[in-house]
Ligand binder design. Structure first.
Ligand SMILES: NC(=O)c1ccc[n+]([C@@H]2O[C@H](COP(=O)([O-])OP(=O)(O)OC[C@H]3O[C@@H](n4cnc5c(N)ncnc54)[C@H](O)[C@@H]3O)[C@@H](O)[C@H]2O)c1
Ligand SMILES: [Zn+2]
Length: 820
């Protein structure tokens, strides 16, 4: 152990504590991580060592003394009957041997065995069964108390709600790990990608986030799964862990088939090795192996520390790592305006795939790594989809290397970037017209589940945005007046560049293709690939040899290239490798009607050849048209345009709930849009709803209320809605889109149902209420007219309802009420 003064230790302990608390907060509360588990565990280990060296400096609130999670305000808090602990962990076999020695010593060297299984990477859960029925599901929380997430857990298909069998104890607790299978995770991300939503980082965080959702119907769609690994209770009649596991299997609980009893630590090592690679074939993420002393009496003898049992430990597999060189850092602008720096790396093989890029997350990450241009870095592929840089080989850094400096302006639209208090990511505030943000909005708007305008793929939308035809969804409905301009509009933008002073350039290969005659684009492409000179005029000089070699219309083509060189000579212009000023090339074709200088000025305002041609006030001859066509990129054709326009026209028939979803108001997904459309019936009602009215709706929380407010407060959004309305989109619900009406017994009444019901599941009773004309409200307030009281209605709710004098009826009374 290094020598360190008490003062230094004190400082480092404070630092580590703050850092670990920060990462715990992110990990458990926000379901994301800025550092890998390995890095986290290293920091925690450092703190453990320091506290061992200076016991006086250990704070009782130290992260070494507490289970990392926490309880939230969103769910009822429930006390655990037996504390839920964490596990000690190690990445080294030496430490595993040391653990084994401590166990042997603790047990006075009597015989013992280890029960081994994989360490599932998910979220810990505790279930309580009473009389064979699942009554409670609670998260680990701070270890003492957790969140009551029963409703969500009940949606998990292979968690039994009722148990059958004659050996089931009246009451017991069972613990396990809820996880999201990798396939399901990939499906969710594929859908999000298609929707232009941000991708989720990994299955663990997604599982954890899902479990904490307020709307169980969304949880049900996520297809979570669970493996169980612990049984607790006074009436359990077994004294070995493996016997308990067999009982659980017999009662119908999902147990991972990976477990094995190991008679000594060497057998454990074998088990670890046998799963090192094979674990990647399992349906879920695993990050190590857990070994537990099998005998319950021996467990009791060994006992616990404040945070972990002394009879179990996790061996974690270290993620594979490789060395690579940082070529550059580029910045992506997401569809929400968030900026993500990306490290471009020299290609390197890692865990079976070639890695060329790594996410850098945000500016803090670049600072944390102290990244310099050209650094040799270590890349690791952990739980994340894209690999990440874990460290820099500082000793290999060149003396004159400059630190990577973060951009200050949006690479897409040039707007100065902003960073909100407490947020790690920079973002581009120009949501109205920053191209990727507009693209995100329009893609969402036309999506199958929104306005359902197919024939509008990403590339086509991008072309319409880049060339100034579309900025707001309402612009789509005005495209039919611009049909003539759309014909011939260019789709792919990669053949253009803008010089730093704003002039439009076109790819050299397209220029040479357009000015010559009889030479194919692919031949020109090949010529350019093979010429080694970088300088433009040398390339053009050599091109004359190429023309001779091609032996097609030689004198005509030589004259053309001469003329092009001449025109370029008349123009003071920047050099861009493999691009030419579009004005010089166009002057080849229309130089008689428009001067080179006029063309050059025109190219300052325009983004494509098509744009420039639209600005001409003269007719083109047939052969001029042909030449210009060769210069353009892929273009919109008649068929595509009419397809698009008819899709846009047809979308006007989409019902209000789809239109509402299409508007892209933050936090309004498909289900919420439907809920709000049905409740408020018109956009005006929704826009004018009070916070109280909104919060009363089952499924509406504060975040959503804030997003609704924010949206309607912006005049621009209001104006946009008016424009869409003028185009005939539906902003009120039609009666045929409302759910089936079965009666009017509850007409005008605001109703709440609380507790458990015999004839209805939770969503069924809500449906029954609205089918009979009632409105469901989710909390007890003076706005309520009626409460249907089920079994076990919460005592505090009941008390409040009685105080407010709200009428309460039983399930049977409710049934007869709606039967009339
Ligand atoms: N990257 C970050 O920023 C960050 C932040 C906080 C925590 N973490 C990670 O989380 C760890 C701490 O989490 P923790 O306290 O939940 O500990 P842990 O995940 O290392 O171990 C305890 C948990 O393992 C789970 N588990 C999975 N399979 C099991 C099995 N077969 N048998 C028994 N238990 C099993 C249980 O849920 C149990 O609660 C850290 O060591 C770190 O790796 C990372
Ligand atoms: Zn921008």
């Amino acid at each position: 152990m290094s020598t360190i003064s008490k003062l230094e230790a004190q400082k480092r302990i404070a630092e580590l504590t703050a850092t670990l608390n920060h990462h715990n907060q992110l990990y458990y509360q926000e379901d994301r991580s800025e550092i890998s588990d390995f890095e986290f565990d290293k920091l925690l280990e450092e703190l453990i060592q320091l506290e061992a060296q200076f016991p006086a400096l250990q704070d009782k609130n130290s992260p070494t003394q507490h289970v990392g999670g926490a309880i939230t305000k969103e769910f009822e808090t429930v006390e655990h009957e037996t504390r839920m602990l964490s596990l000690g962990n190690t990445y080294s076999k030496e430490e595993l041997l040391a653990f084994d020695e401590r166990v042997a010593k603790g047990l006075g060297h009597r015989g013992y065995s280890y029960f081994c299984e994989l360490k599932f990477d998910g979220v810990a859960i505790s279930l309580v069964y009473e009389n064979g029925e699942l009554v409670r599901a609670v998260t680990r929380g701070d270890g003492y108390r957790g969140d009551n997430v029963t409703a969500n857990v009940k949606t998990i298909k292979n968690i039994p709600l009722y148990l059958q069998g004659d050996d089931i104890p009246d009451k017991f607790e069972i613990r396990g790990e809820i996880f999201l299978p990798i396939k399901e995770f990939e499906k969710i991300n594929a859908a999000r990608e298609a929707n232009g939503e941000a991708l989720l980082a990994n299955p663990r965080n997604t599982a954890s986030g899902t479990l904490k959702m307020q709307d169980s119907s969304i949880v049900a769609k996520r297809r979570l799964n669970c493996y169980f690994y612990q049984l607790l209770g006074d009436e359990i009649d077994v004294d070995q862990h493996d016997e308990a596991m067999h009982l659980l299997e017999k009662w119908g609980f999902n147990i991972s088939p990976t477990y094995k009893n190991c008679t000594d630590i060497n057998a454990v090592f074998e088990y670890i090795e046998s799963w090192r690679e094979k674990r990647h074939t399992l349906s879920l993420d695993t990050d190590g192996v857990v070994l537990k002393v099998n005998d319950y009496a021996q467990r009791e003898e060994l006992g616990f520390t404040a945070k972990i049992p002394r009879w179990a430990i996790a061996y974690k597999y270290k993620a594979e790592s490789a060395e690579s060189e940082l070529m550059s850092v580029t910045y992506q602008v997401g569809r929400t305006g968030a900026i993500t720096p990306v490290a471009n790396l020299s290609p390197v093989l890692l865990a079976g795939t070639t890695v060329k890029r790594a996410s850098l997350h945000n500016a803090n990450e670049i600072k944390r790594l102290d990244l310099h241009n050209g650094d040799v870095v270590f890349v690791e592929k952990g739980g994340e989809i894209i690999p990440k840089i874990t460290a820099v080989a500082v000793e290999k850094r060149k003396a004159d290397a400059k630190p990577v400096s973060y951009i200050t302006h949006c690479p897409e639209c040039g707007t100065a970037l902003e960073r909100k208090e407490g947020e790690a990511k920079h973002f581009c505030p120009n949501s109205a017209s920053c191209p990727p943000q507009v693209l995100g909005r329009i893609e969402h708007f036309v999506h199958k589940r929104a306005m359902n305008i197919d024939s509008m793929g990403t590339e086509r939308i991008r072309a319409l945005i880049n060339q100034g035809y579309v900025e707001h969804p309402a612009d789509l409905y005005e495209l039919n007046h611009k049909k003539d301009q759309l014909l011939g509009l260019e789709i792919n933008a990669e053949q253009y560049e803008k010089s730093s002073d704003g002039y439009l350039y076109v790819a050299l290969r397209k220029a040479l293709f357009a000015v010559t005659d009889g030479i194919s684009l692919s031949a020109i492409y090949q010529y350019l690939e093979e010429t080694e000179t970088l300088e433009q005029h040398l390339k053009l000089k050599q091109f004359t040899d190429f023309i001779h070699h091609q032996n097609k219309k030689v004198s005509l083509n030589l004259a053309a290239v001469d003329k092009l060189k001449n025109l370029l000579g008349q123009l003071a212009h920047d050099q861009i490798e493999d691009f030419l000023p579009v004005s010089a090339v166009m002057a080849m074709f229309v130089g008689n009607q428009l001067s080179l200088e006029a063309l050059h000025q025109l190219s300052l305002q325009k983004n494509t050849v098509h744009d420039i041609v639209l600005a001409f006030d003269f007719e083109l001859h047939r052969d001029q048209e042909d030449k210009i066509k060769k210069l353009k990129g892929n273009t919109f054709q008649e068929g595509v345009i009419s397809n698009m326009l008819s899709g846009i026209a047809a979308s006007k028939e989409q019902p209000f709930e789809k239109v509402l979803f299409a508007l892209g108001i933050r936090n309004i997904g498909e289900n919420t849009a439907q809920l709000l459309a049905r409740h408020f019936k018109t956009i005006e009602n929704l826009g004018q709803a009070s916070t109280e009215q909104l919060l009363d709706i089952n499924g509406v929380g504060e975040t959503l209320v804030n997003s609704i407010r924010e949206f309607f407060d912006q005049e621009e959004n209001q104006a946009n809605i008016q424009r869409l309305k003028a185009h005939g989109l539906h902003f009120e619900i039609k009666s045929e889109d409302l759910p089936e009406v079965k009666g009017n017994a509850l007409e005008g009444l605001k109703v709440l149902a609380s507790g458990k019901f015999e004839h209805f599941k939770r969503d069924e009773i809500i449906e029954a209420i609205s089918a009979h004309g009632g409105t469901y409200l989710k909390s007890v307030s003076k706005n309520l007219d009626l409460i249907i009281e089920g079994a076990d209605m919460g005592p505090s709710k009941k008390e409040k309802a009685e105080k407010l004098g709200i009428k309460m009826i039983s399930e049977n009374e409710f049934l007869s009420m709606i039967a009339d």
